[in-house]
Design a protein around this ligand. Structure first.
Ligand SMILES: O=P(O)(O)OC[C@H]1O[C@H](O)[C@H](O)[C@@H](O)[C@@H]1O
Length: 477
């Protein structure tokens, strides 16, 4: 069967891949169009003779979309390794590297609300596609007729094969993490995969250790219990409650496709990604004695700048999106790269953020320090702090969004919440550095119809007043 897509609803690749609301822009037809554009890209760069991986998360229709992609890619004479079950993004990405495949389609909308689904494209190195690859794929959209074959015929012919992506990935994590340290640490852990694809992985990896594990929200629930599967404070009330009830040492939450991490400490307080990133950087340099530079995105904490200065290692800043961090992993000797949204990637692994590996590294770090997370964070703050952080996402109209960002760019206020603005940067959105050492960043999300306001300061009061003033500015009140 061949034919052009009849509906030309917009297919746009954002911060990471293409996302849309199911049955609005995210239709089977558009999924086929994107899969054809990817197949054309692979043939165009002479990679059509290599195998190609397809994986999917727990979202509504994800498996069916993955099978639809397999039908298209296979019809283009590219052999497909389709995961035999739901798989997290880092597992699929590692599968690409392990099989020396030409890349992967990961069917997921990551942390977005339940009504979304989407496609991430992973490149042969096992990480986010670089912007230039995405440009090529976008150019191919609607160019050639969609080829498609029967799924069962493709299976019978062996051009689509099921693939167990877990085994190579779990072996890699077992090599990376120091399980000897974790084994005897007697930690009590609550795992929260937020109904996403990460369910079961950390628990499996902790079998045969002394760590006591409780997993919540591990079952499949494509409605995600009416929250977004994004491991940020407002979505982790249940995890907080269980950590306190069970008197656990830590709660670990991964997002919808398992590439991000958020944590709750033993007092029930949220530990944000900036803090986790800073702890990892400190641990890898000081305890593991690993070398290499650090990558942070435009919205990542100044804690990282303090640490790199202390260790005298290079730091690179990029726009928001792990694809930019990934590009640096490919070009330079990078120890760790992380972003505000909770994605952190490491040297000696794939150039990909990994919420499962991050969860275990956090346990290793706690075991090595023989302290609870709060004490370790307090030590860090005594060394370089204090730092406080908060983000709000505002749903405003596209017109207002453009107006506000243009206004900020062209006519930046001299003061915010009464504090002097001493420097303005526009790498991604508009960032105002404040005389107190704090900063506020306004930017339009590339994955959701929201404006994000990020604030860091040296006290909770400073963060709140700067945030309040930022919100008033955006809302025009
Ligand atoms: O703030 P946004 O543009 O919505 O992006 C937030 C996040 O979206 C995706 O998950 C990307 O893979 C991340 O790299 C990015 O940080």
């Amino acid at each position: 069967m061949e034919g052009f897509a009849t509906c030309k609803s917009e297919i746009k690749f954002g911060t990471d891949g293409w996302r849309g609301i199911i049955s609005d822009s995210l239709t089977f037809e558009n999924v086929r169009v994107v899969a054809q554009a990817i197949a054309d890209y692979l043939q165009g760069i002479n990679q059509g003779d290599k195998v190609f991986v397809i994986g999917y998360d727990t979202r509504f229709l994800s498996r069916q979309y993955a099978e639809e992609c397999a039908r298209v890619v296979a019809a283009n004479k590219i052999k497909v390794f389709l995961t035999d079950k739901v798989a997290p993004t880092p597992v699929v990405s590692y599968g690409v590297k392990h099989l020396q495949a030409s890349g992967a389609i990961m069917v997921t909308a990551s942390h977005n609300p339940a009504e979304y689904n989407g496609i991430k494209f992973k490149a042969p190195y096992g990480g986010s596609a670089l912007p230039e690859i995405i440009t090529e794929i976008e150019k191919n959209l609607y160019c050639k007729p969609v080829k498609i074959m029967n799924f069962f015929e493709a299976l019978n012919l062996g051009i689509v094969q099921y693939f167990n992506a877990d085994e190579p990935y779990l072996n890699q994590v077992r090599r990376f993490i120091n399980f000897d340290l974790i084994k005897n640490a007697n930690l009590k852990v609550v795992i929260d995969p937020m109904y996403g694809a990460g369910a079961g992985y950390v628990r499996t990896l902790l079998e045969n250790t002394s760590v006591s594990v409780t997993e919540i929200r591990g079952e499949k629930n494509p409605g995600f219990g009416d929250i977004s599967p994004e491991p940020i404070a407002k979505n982790l009330d249940l995890l907080k409650k269980i950590v306190l009830e069970e008197q656990a040492d830590i709660g670990l939450a991964t997002d919808g496709d398992g590439d991000r991490l958020g944590a709750i400490d033993n007092h029930g307080s949220f530990v944000n990604s900036h803090q986790i990133y800073a702890l990892f950087l400190r641990y890898l340099v000081e305890q593991r004695k690993w070398s290499g530079g650090a990558v942070k995105t435009f919205s990542t904490s100044k804690m990282i700048d303090c640490l790199v200065k202390k260790y005298d290692i290079p730091v690179y800043e990029t726009p928001i999106g792990f694809k930019y961090i990934c590009a640096l992993f490919l070009k330079k000797d990078i120890l760790v790269g992380g972003e505000e949204s909770g994605g952190i990637g490491f040297k000696n692994h794939i150039p990909e953020r990994d919420g499962i590996l991050s969860s275990l590294l956090l346990l290793e770090l706690m075991a090595a320090h023989r302290k609870n997370l709060r004490e370790i964070l307090d030590d860090l703050m005594n060394e370089i702090g204090p730092f406080y952080y908060e983000r709000v996402d505002l749903h405003i109209s596209n017109e207002r969004k453009k107006l506000v960002l243009d206004l900020l760019r062209n006519n930046t206020p001299d003061k915010i919440a009464g504090i002097d603005v001493i420097k303005v940067e526009t790498m991604d959105g508009v960032k105002c550095h404040l005389a107190t050492g704090g900063w506020i960043l306004f930017r339009s999300s590339g994955t959701e119809p929201v404006v994000r306001i990020y604030v860091e300061g040296s006290s909770p009061a400073e963060v709140q007043s700067v945030l309040k003033s930022g919100i008033s500015f955006v809302e025009g009140k």
